[in-house]
Design a protein around this ligand. Structure first.
Ligand code: G3D
Ligand code: MG
Length: 177
């Protein structure tokens, strides 16, 4: 039976505190950037509907709070995830180094074939860059994921990052039509 039922996908943003998970999500959901918005880095959920090649999709966007990094082994917050956006800040080497622990946690919590994308945020601050693009590209290659640089401030590549992730999710056997 053909159904026009909305497909609900759970996507999760992870990365150290301050990398811009909330700002990326706000940019994507509300189209705005709120300067100097000091939100606590808690786990949050928001939603956005989108049309993907005629398919109605409702994205449940989870931001996993920075403090969750210190939980070792399986983390139930990932349960049911369809895709993961691994975020760091290109002006913070520490946030890039932090990816290792996040990646390990994802691997302990989810099956290996859950789609993942790596995002280097704060591209508008490229003059303060601490993580050379080649380094990020090399890392992305080593974990076999795509790499994008975004700015929640200007909006660059924010929609693209979500679309690329959704595209990857929809190409997995679970969702392929
Ligand atoms: P988090 O949810 O990952 O913890 P936030 O990160 O979204 O709260 O962002 C942390 C800080 O980085 C915020 O600044 C926010 O405005 C800033 N930020 C997020 N994305 C960008 C970006 O693309 N460019 C620039 N220039 N700044 C960004 P404050 O000052 O509130 O700490
Ligand atoms: Mg946050």
């Amino acid at each position: 039976m053909v159904s026009d039922k909305e497909l609900i996908l759970k996507v999760v943003l992870v990365g150290d505190t301050g990398v811009g998970k909330t700002s990326i999500t706000r940019r994507f959901v509300h189209g705005v950037f709120v300067e100097g918005y000091k939100g606590a880095d808690f786990t949050r959920i928001s939603n956005r509907e989108l049309d993907f090649g005629g398919r109605r999709i409702s994205l449940s966007i989870f931001e996993i709070g920075g403090q969750e990094k210190f939980r070792f082994g399986e983390n139930i917050l990932y349960r049911g995830s369809d895709g993961i956006m691994l975020v760091f800040d290109i002006t913070s080497e520490e946030s890039f180094e932090g990816l290792r622990d996040w990646f390990e946690q994802i691997r302990s919590s989810l099956s290996k074939d859950v789609p993942l994308i790596l995002v280097g945020n704060k591209y508008d601050l490229a003059s303060l860059r601490r993580v050379p693009k080649e380094r990020a590209v090399d890392y992305a290659r080593s974990i076999r994921v795509d790499y994008l640089e975004s700015s929640a401030k200007t909006g660059k590549n924010v929609i693209m990052a979500f679309y690329k992730l959704v595209e990857k999710i929809l190409s997995t056997p679970k969702y392929r039509t």
